[in-house]
Design a protein around this ligand. Structure first.
Ligand SMILES: Cc1ncc(COP(=O)(O)O)c(C=O)c1O
Length: 352
């Protein structure tokens, strides 16, 4: 390691994703559908007519913020946009903990970027273990917050990789915690549960959302945070200039404009999730967990989960290994048929 690089970065790994171009991609919780062709054509037209590529994009995209505010039922001064919600997670850590000011906490297993982004900023991170059914233990959380100087708590709701929502009791308890509470609602369009109504009574609450999942825009990297205007203004101070490319701004705006069409795919995704759940119910050796999102978390008990993941990938169904189990994104009906056939073959079962 060169002497001017931080030695603590030595043990970190760059974020890599497996490359299986032939396989059904059920490993990143994206929607399996591309944008409709007419909407892509509209974006291409807008790019041609409305974007000067030699100019920086809008630094503070007010029209997009207004559209997001309207979609979420908040005011524009409560909205910040980021290059994926990943960028906003980093901004939140910068705004609360950087420079030895405090610790980041989360309840694990959960979305890995809370820990990774804290580590890249050399900010201490503490993960509180979830309960056996992946709920959050509020007493344990409180104890950890007090003992570690925690200033920001990230909770994914629904959680990834486990798919479950926080209980009402936990949401209630979060209101009295002396930290910034960030509820990450990346899968809101599937769960339909949101803490947005609490924003007005809880000044320590931030909500994260993304266009990467239900809105089919993972390629464009658009996320947003909702918070009271004071917090939103601070997030604006720590973001990079021109953080959202012009085409991404146009795509997010168009996705909201045509949300009736795009979000109409969700009932089928949820029905397909129930179909996969019903299929898996026949396997005592595969433990399943209830999901409120577009993916399922399972734990095979008679086989090494990593070996199952590799075998499924070899058969053409690429799922994600996580938390000692597998996280399976719901795909198209055809992709799900192949997943079901592949699981049946691996666990030598007839498909009924
Ligand atoms: C809980 C959660 N939050 C945030 C993200 C990242 O979203 P984005 O693509 O907006 O960075 C993901 C992506 O998988 C996620 O699962």
């Amino acid at each position: 390691m060169q002497p001017y690089l931080r030695p603590d970065l030595d043990r970190l790994q760059a974020y890599h994703t497996p490359h299986f171009p032939e396989a059904d991609k059920l490993d990143a919780n994206e929607l399996p559908h591309d944008l409709p062709e007419w909407l892509k054509n509209k974006l291409a037209f807008l790019l041609e007519q409305g974007v000067r590529t030699n100019r920086y994009p809008e630094g503070d995209p007010l029209a997009l913020k207004a559209a997001i505010a309207e979609y979420c039922g908040v005011t524009s001064d409560m909205v910040c946009v980021g290059n994926g919600s990943d960028e906003l997670i980093r901004s939140l850590i910068t705004a609360t903990c950087l420079g030895g000011r405090g610790t980041v906490a989360s309840a694990e297993p959960t979305f890995s970027m809370y820990r990774i982004l804290a580590e890249t900023l050399a900010v201490p991170y503490v993960g509180v273990a979830r309960t056996a059914d992946y709920g959050v233990d509020a007493d344990a959380l409180e104890a950890v917050i007090q003992a570690n100087g925690v200033r920001v708590l990230f909770l994914a709701n629904p959680n990834s990789p486990t798919g479950n929502l926080l209980s009402d009791e936990i949401i209630e308890r979060l209101g009295s915690l002396p930290v910034l509470v960030v509820l990450d609602e990346a899968y809101y369009e599937f769960s339909r549960f949101s803490a947005v109504p609490l924003l007005w009574e809880r000044p320590n609450l931030v909500i994260l959302r993304t266009f990467s999942k239900a809105f089919r825009l993972a390629n464009f990297r658009v996320g947003y945070a909702l918070a009271n205007p004071e917090i939103a203004a601070v997030l604006e101070k720590v973001r990079l200039p021109y953080n959202l490319p012009g085409l991404s701004q146009l795509a997010a705006f168009a996705a909201l404009e045509h949300r009736d069409v795009l979000l109409a795919a969700i009932p089928e995704i949820l029905a397909e999730r129930r179909r996969i759940e019903r299929f898996l119910a026949d396997f005592e050796e595969i433990e399943r967990f209830a999901s409120d999102a577009n993916f399922l978390f399972v734990r095979p008990h008679t086989a090494d989960p990593e070996a199952v993941r590799v075998a499924l990938a070899g058969r053409g169904s690429l799922v994600r290994g996580a938390a000692g189990g597998l996280r399976i994104t719901v795909g198209t009906p055809e992709q799900n048929d192949r997943l079901i056939a592949n699981i049946a073959a691996l666990f030598t079962r007839e498909i009924r």
